[in-house]
Design a protein around this ligand. Structure first.
Ligand code: GLU
Length: 312
């Protein structure tokens, strides 16, 4: 079996990549049965659990897909990565506001926020993501719109909000509201709780295909050019924090099993970046107990194994 590792991929290897994507899809599909579709946001509770899509984009221009790669899905926490990137463009020192270390608690922990005097552990726990959205509102006025626009610019595909999902989350959420109040009490938000939540729920409701997500994240793999929105030093930091904090409590498990910086969302999307080579996005709605797509992780693990993708 060919190992398509660093420097080994070029446009001619597309057929080989496609075969790996197909095999990853097969592996992921059989694992998906072990998961359950998230009921956290009522409007997402009835999504078809059998949907499964994969897209791989490489820095030398190949894009290969398998399964339902053209079905737009709810990005949810995947947007936290792109809101962070959008904010860092305006405010390179934003790390000081949101932290960069791993979290010992779940992504919606209020207790952890209290223990650290209202300072979020990183931009990917909800507390950190709310601070990011809040500061993006300050710089760009509409955070959701600015995240969608960034992804659209990077992918060339449509990235649209889903007002029904945003309204459903706004009507059922208590935890993000609690976190936002704790942040306010500690003087960490610039805007009102209601404003920040409105932008945050609309941002999380953005939908896109696996192809759009893989293409949007490609600049995080691109070491050779300055085409992307962030400089090389910032990209290294974003990838480092993805590795230690992008997959919630499972970050260590994913580093061990997959060995790539990765981010997931409760909509069922998972994204992983192979620096210098490419990005892969898998979509499969059933989640494990840590809130990560079971099939999506299994598919990316298989693809990474077959392609020789690992940062280690
Ligand atoms: N909108 C969800 C929340 O804030 C996103 C969670 C996730 O995808 O992990 O709780």
């Amino acid at each position: 079996m060919d190992v398509l590792g660093i420097g080994a991929i070029d446009g001619h290897r597309e057929p080989a990549l496609r075969e790996l994507a197909d095999r990853a899809l097969e592996k992921g599909r059989s694992a998906a049965a072990r998961g359950r579709v998230s009921q956290q946001i009522p409007a997402l509770g009835s999504v078809d659990p059998s949907l499964f899509g994969i897209a791989v984009a490489t820095v030398d221009g190949a894009v290969v897909t398998a399964g339902d790669s053209t079905v737009p899905f709810s990005l949810q926490s995947l947007t936290k990565l792109f809101s962070l990137c959008a904010l860092l463009r305006h405010e390179p020192t934003a790390w000081e506001q949101v932290g960069w270390g791993p979290s010992e608690a779940g992504f919606g922990s209020v207790a952890e926020l209290e223990q650290h005097q209202g300072r979020p552990r990183n931009p990917f726990v909800n507390a950190g993501a709310l601070v990011v959205t809040d500061r993006l509102v300050h710089h760009a006025s509409d955070a959701a719109e600015s995240v969608g626009r960034l992804m659209q610019e990077l992918s060339g595909e449509e990235v649209a909000g889903d007002p029904r999902v945003a309204a459903s989350e706004a009507a059922s959420d208590h935890r993000n509201r609690a976190i936002a109040h704790v942040l306010t009490e500690h003087g960490r938000l610039l805007n009102s709780v209601d404003d920040v939540l409105d932008h945050y729920f609309r941002q999380c409701s953005l939908t896109a295909t696996t192809t759009a997500v893989a293409r949007s994240a490609l600049f995080l793999a691109d070491r050779s050019s300055h085409r992307g929105p962030l400089d090389t030093a910032t990209i290294r930091r974003v990838n480092a924090v993805l590795l230690t904090a992008g997959m919630y409590g499972a970050a260590g498990d994913i580093a061990y099993r997959v060995g790539l910086p990765a981010k997931s969302g409760i909509g069922g999307g998972v994204l992983a970046v192979m620096p210098g080579v490419g990005a892969i996005c898998a979509y499969s709605p059933p989640l494990d107990v840590t809130g990560n797509s079971v099939g999506g992780i299994a598919a990316i693990e298989e693809f990474a194994r077959l392609a020789g993708w690992s940062v280690f």
